[in-house]
Structures are given as C-alpha cells and as structure tokens.
Design a protein around this ligand. Structure first.
Ligand code: ZN
Length: 291
C-alpha cells in the first residue's frame, strides 16, 4: 500500500477531516488518534516491543519485565473469553502477535487440551523457555496458512498494526464456525481532551507517551466499531477497563517526564488508575453471518 497517497485521509473511515498536531492526526469523523504522517514502512504488525529483529537477550529482558503483569492479564483475558464449557475440548487457539509466547502457558494451565498457535512479525521473539507449548506459524506463511481457529487472541496488538482493516478481515476469515476473536487495545480517555485544553506541553507529553511508530492508533469507541464492521464482525461483549503491562516509570520515561513532582503525580495516578481512567477496550467479536 502506498502510504504517501494515503496521507491526508483517515485510514479507518477515509475522512479527510484530520486535525494534525505534533506527530499525530485526530480524525474528526470517527475519533481515532493516529501516528501521522503514516510511516513508510508498511509492516502489517509490529510485536509488543518497539521493533523487529530483536537480539535474544533483549527479548528475554523485555518479556521478563512484563511477565508478572501479563500472568494476571492473560488469566483475565482467557476468563473473559472462555468458560467451563470449553473444558475437555481440543480447541484451536491462535495468539496473534503473541511475542514471547507466555499466553500459551496461562491458557493451557486453564485448558490443558487446547492447541495454541502463535504468529508474530518478530518470529524470533518467541522465547525458547516458553516455546514448547506453542505451535509457531512463521509470519511470512501466515496469510496463506489454511488453519482455522475457535479463538483468536490479540492482546495489545491491534494498536500496533499498520493496516487494522486488512488484519481484521484476514483474521475474520480464519475463524471456524462460531469462532471468536478477543481484542484488547488502548483507547483514548479524558486525559487527552483535558490536557489539550489546559496544557499543550502536557498534552504533547501524553501524545509522545502513547502514540508512536509502535502504537500507530489509539481507538475511540466509534472508530473501533467501524473497523469491526469492516471485518464482517459484530461485538458480543464490550468493556472498558484500566490495564497496564509495565511499571509506571516505563510510561513516564516514554513521555519524557523527569520533574520529580510530575513523576510523583504520575505514580499516584498510575496506582489509582482503576478508579481514574479506563485506558483500554476489551471485547469479544464473532462473525455476523456464521457461515
Ligand atoms: Zn476516521
């Protein structure tokens, strides 16, 4: 896809009504917040980290840092999506953009007979320590692979893909009859309009911390519903919640916050985020016509 031609239009709804600010564009039609101009590099998916071709020690250190958070996040995701009726079934599950492969351990501890596949643009991100419970589909083969799945999980992935409409259509085609897709992905919340109104420098920091060449789109509910419809899918279950995968200092470093008072405020915010801000969408999708 030619990104230069695409610039000037919202990649979700096609509208030209974009408000461009710093390294972002906000669509006034569907509300999505985009990294802008669109990067030239049209990779379909960047894994949970910041890029492709990782050295092994960096991969290990990255996933070790997030593993405590993700152990609980993954348990919540599986329980949100699957129930006791799934017990004893040889379900085919795909962890799309699964990175290190930790999800399979958590999922198989709840559903030992399930068969977990993984694919990620960074094939090498799959840690050998966790690989034994994953069937890896090399990313280059994924589009033409004809396996179909009962459940497809996208944990913190949908904000990374450069062409969300393509990905949702592709995954929709890979569902078995009555199959379901789980997605959790960041959404905008009150801190964006409030900081934009009261402090442009703080707003710029928020944008720097949340929109990047890795986090290409931060959803609004409307833009998310639009893309779901493009995939011929419907929303079966939808929640907004507060969830983080890294310690608070990680996010503040990304935002370039070093002032100790602002840092303290940031830590208090992070600790109380459960009551203060729903920064994520968590939902289950299924095909509109279940043929
Ligand atoms: Zn739009």
């Amino acid at each position: 896809m030619n990104r230069t031609e695409e610039n000037g239009k919202c990649k979700i709804c096609g509208s030209s009504l974009l408000t461009i600010y710093a390294h972002t564009a906000k669509c006034n039609e569907c509300g999505v917040l985009l990294y802008y101009p669109y990067p030239e590099d049209d990779c379909t998916l960047v894994s949970n980290g910041e890029g492709k071709r990782w050295p092994r020690d960096e991969v290990l250190s990255w996933y070790s840092k997030s593993s405590f958070f993700n152990h609980e996040n993954f348990t919540d995701m599986v329980k949100f999506t699957m129930d006791e009726e799934c017990k004893g079934k040889k379900l085919d599950i795909l962890d799309y953009g699964g990175g290190g492969g930790q999800f399979a351990l958590v999922c198989k501890s709840l559903f030992p007979e399930s068969n977990i596949h993984i694919t990620d643009i960074s094939d090498e991100a799959l840690l050998e320590e966790w690989s034994s419970l994953n069937v890896q589909i090399p990313f280059i083969d994924f589009n033409n692979d004809d396996r179909k799945f009962d459940y497809i999980f996208l944990n913190d992935v949908f904000e990374h893909v450069s062409d969300p409409v393509f990905v949702i259509k592709q995954l929709s085609e890979k569902l078995k009859k009555n199959g379901k897709i789980f997605i959790d992905t960041p959404k905008q919340f009150w801190i964006y309009p409030v900081t934009k109104l009261i402090s442009k420098p703080l707003y710029t920091k928020v944008l720097r911390g949340t929109v990047s060449t890795a986090h290409l789109q931060i959803w609004s509910q409307k833009s998310f519903e639009l893309v779901v419809g493009e995939g011929n899918l419907k929303i079966d279950k939808y929640e907004e919640l507060s969830e983080y995968t890294m310690p608070s200092d990680f996010y503040m470093k990304n935002m370039g916050i070093s002032n100790p008072i602002v840092k303290l405020a940031g830590r208090i915010f992070y600790r109380n985020a459960k009551w203060l801000a729903n920064n994520k969408i968590m939902c289950i999708l299924s095909r509109r016509n279940n043929g």
